[in-house]
Each structure stands twice: as C-alpha cells, then as structure tokens.
Design a protein around this ligand. Structure first.
Ligand code: FES
Length: 124
C-alpha cells in the first residue's frame, strides 16, 4: 500500500553496482540496488512485458531488462525508450545505522507525500 514503510534490513553489504530482489515486498516485489553510493528501489517488473528487472544488469544508474533490453533509471524509474513505453514505479529508500527501509510509492511512483522520490517519471 502506498506510504507503507517496509524494513529491508542491513544492506551495507550491497556494493555499488549490486542489486537484490525482495520478492515479498510491494505489488511485484522490489529490486533494490546501490548506485553512486545510494540505495534505490524499483518495482521488480519491467513495464514492457512483466519480466523481473532483478534478473537484468545494472550499469551506473541504468538497469536493463534481460528480455528485450529496455532500460530504466533507478533514480526515478523513467525508461530510456522502446520497447518499454512507460517507466516503472520508484520507491524511496532510507538507510541509517546499517539498516535500510523503503517507503512504498503508488503505481505512479508517488510516495505518501505525493511527491516522486526522484525526478518525475517520463512518459515517451
Ligand atoms: S520485458 Fe522488459 S523490455 Fe520486454
């Protein structure tokens, strides 16, 4: 549910460029990754054809779907272009004292405050 906070535990072992799946969190599970030293979370579901993004590859701030190659910016869920036609919901991750939690956004990527966690989702 939008605005719910879910504890993810200690993710200090998640190195820059690593990603991890949390299958039980959110509507489709979450893919959580560390990029540029920060944690980011997206729905673990490509907007093109329902494939887990956690099975894809993370390079910089871009995660690439393993099925047809659409990529998404982990900072805001926006997509780079076809074959995906829209972004994926992005969730705010907070980390302090070795413990991480995520605030679940709604299907549009909006959090409990109505704001997007990063830049607005771009629809192309
Ligand atoms: S299922 Fe992800 S690009 Fe097609």
């Amino acid at each position: 549910m939008s605005g719910d906070r879910v504890e993810l535990g200690d993710l200090t072992d998640l190195a820059d460029g690593d990603l991890r799946s949390f299958e039980e969190v959110g509507r489709y599970g979450l893919v959580v990754c560390r990029a540029g030293g920060e944690l980011y979370a997206l729905d673990d579901n490509c907007s093109h054809a329902d494939t887990p993004l956690s099975e894809g590859r993370l390079r910089g701030f871009s995660i690439t779907c393993p099925l047809h190659g659409a990529s998404f910016d982990v900072r805001d869920g926006s997509h780079s272009g076809p074959p995906a036609w829209e972004g994926v919901p992005c969730h705010r991750v907070e980390e302090s004292d070795g413990s991480a939690s995520v605030v679940l956004a709604d299907a549009d990527g909006r959090g409990d405050d109505g704001d997007l966690p990063g830049a607005p989702l771009r629809m192309r």
